[in-house]
Design a binder for this molecule. Structure first.
Ligand SMILES: Cc1ncc(COP(=O)(O)O)c(C=O)c1O
Length: 427
């Protein structure tokens, strides 16, 4: 199912945007989200739970839908944890992953008895144990390992020698054995390896998962407890004309084999987690910006839009190559428009006309249409300035003569979360 096939939604979106005089926005198609999740869940092994990575997009209506579809949640901040809980994800299906967790964030995780906290360092493990012990709360930790083995197919690496994520293999194993002998409400009972993202090849993605499962098997065979294993994810979707989507069926088939082989060893039953953000939400969403000016320059369409790249980090980000064509479309009164015209985009800032960082393929557009950047449901708002990690925006103050005044209050993640409406009617 493609976003641009639902013309009734396109027409309704166009009318809503024109009525509200919107210059730019994000749109998510809930039917596509639901269908992608169901396809993924039905192809995965029974004991592999699909976790939605909130960093891809924490919009509450999406979260509510995904919780109702029985996804678990992969959260990487206190804000994401609160949003996941508020949106209906069951505590035991939430994993708190990622570096730099504060004591307050770990306390929230302990008190809400979430499924697992993936610790990134020995000091984080120590802090978590202290919190669990003083609160007398049973807590489950898994240990993130920074792998040294060969990792395949990642476009953005988040594992391997050069990254800061996780513990060395032997240190992780030591932490797991050490925990067995301690009297503590904190159990260390599994591992987490996330090697990177934008993996387009199903074979490479399955290879990476196979390596994690092999690591868990080795650890289990030394007597370490491995009952929860987070195998990472990072499945890729296309952003440019020459890219393709990771073939989920083939990926899941190969993963089934790895899981079967694990259980054939006779080790205790293990629950596996697959983390995915981009793959679930990306193709279900888009960014759109109103067209202010159009001209043809030979075969090249030149379009000026009423938005800046700060609103769409995906096409402004450094990891995407310049001078390639981002997948685009159009939106007009009859719904979605498709086409493959090479299009150079510009925008106005401080009175200057500036080029958008990448070109787009789009249909012939007219003033008042919207230019659509496809596959932008994931890391659209969250790689754009204001929404990055839900940090918000700092307050502004002015001072004179010993008096200071607040010009605008800080927009915190709490304010941002409050500003999002919980719409539950989609599930
Ligand atoms: C630890 C971890 N898990 C999951 C994800 C989500 O990856 P993706 O959205 O590519 O599936 C990320 C992305 O950076 C991550 O760092």
């Amino acid at each position: 199912m493609h976003l641009c096939d639902a013309h009734h939604n396109g027409r309704a979106l166009y009318t809503a945007c024109v009525t509200a005089e919107l210059t730019a926005g994000y749109y998510y198609d809930m039917d596509i989200v639901r269908s992608r999740v169901r396809t993924m869940q039905s192809a995965l092994p029974e004991n592999m739970h699909l976790l939605y990575s909130l960093k891809a997009n924490p919009a509450p209506p999406l979260l509510t839908l995904l919780a109702q579809e029985r996804c678990g949640a992969d959260v990487s901040s206190g804000a994401e944890l609160l949003l996941a809980l508020r949106s209906g994800f069951a505590s035991e299906t939430i994993c708190f992953v990622g570096p730099g967790k504060s004591s307050a964030e770990l306390t929230l995780a302990v008190e809400r008895q979430i499924g697992a906290v993936a610790v990134e360092s020995a000091s984080e493990l120590h802090m978590l144990r202290h919190i669990a012990t003083t609160r007398r709360c049973p807590t489950t930790a898994i240990v993130r390992i920074n792998p040294t083995y060969e990792v395949r197919g990642v476009r953005m690496a988040m594992g391997g020698r050069t990254t800061q994520f996780g513990l060395e293999r032997d240190e992780a194993l030591h932490c797991m054995h050490d925990a067995i002998h301690r009297q503590s409400p904190l159990q260390v009972c599994g591992i987490h390896i996330y090697v990177g993202t934008r993996i387009a090849s199903a074979t490479d993605a399955a290879w990476n998962v196979g390596q994690v499962i092999a690591q868990a098997r080795q650890f289990g065979q030394t007597g370490a407890i491995c009952t929860k294993v987070d195998v990472g994810g990072g499945l890729g979707i296309p952003y440019y004309e020459d890219e393709h989507e990771c073939a989920f069926e083939s990926f899941a088939e190969a993963v089934q084999e790895h899981v079967r082989a694990y259980h054939a060893t006779g080790l205790p039953p293990c629950l596996f987690y697959l983390e995915s953000g981009r793959y679930i939400i990306g193709p279900a969403g888009c960014f759109f910006a109103r067209v202010q000016h159009v001209a043809m320059d030979g075969d090249l369409q030149q379009v000026e839009v009423a938005a800046t790249p700060a609103l769409h980090g995906l096409s402004a980000g450094s990891f995407l190559a310049k001078n390639r064509h981002f997948l685009g479309a159009g939106l007009h009164r009859d719904g979605w428009k498709r086409g493959k015209l090479p299009t150079a985009v510009s925008y106005r800032l401080h009175g200057q006309r500036l080029p958008w960082p990448t070109r787009v393929t789009a249909p012939r557009l007219a003033i008042g249409d919207y230019l659509v950047f496809l596959n932008s449901g994931a890391y659209g708002p969250t790689t754009s300035a204001v929404w990055r990690a839900l940090e918000g925006f700092p307050a502004e103050w002015a001072g004179s003569n010993g008096c200071i005044h607040m010009l605008s209050p800080q927009m915190t993640w709490r304010t941002l979360a409050k500003g999002q409406q919980l719409v539950t009617g989609y599930a």
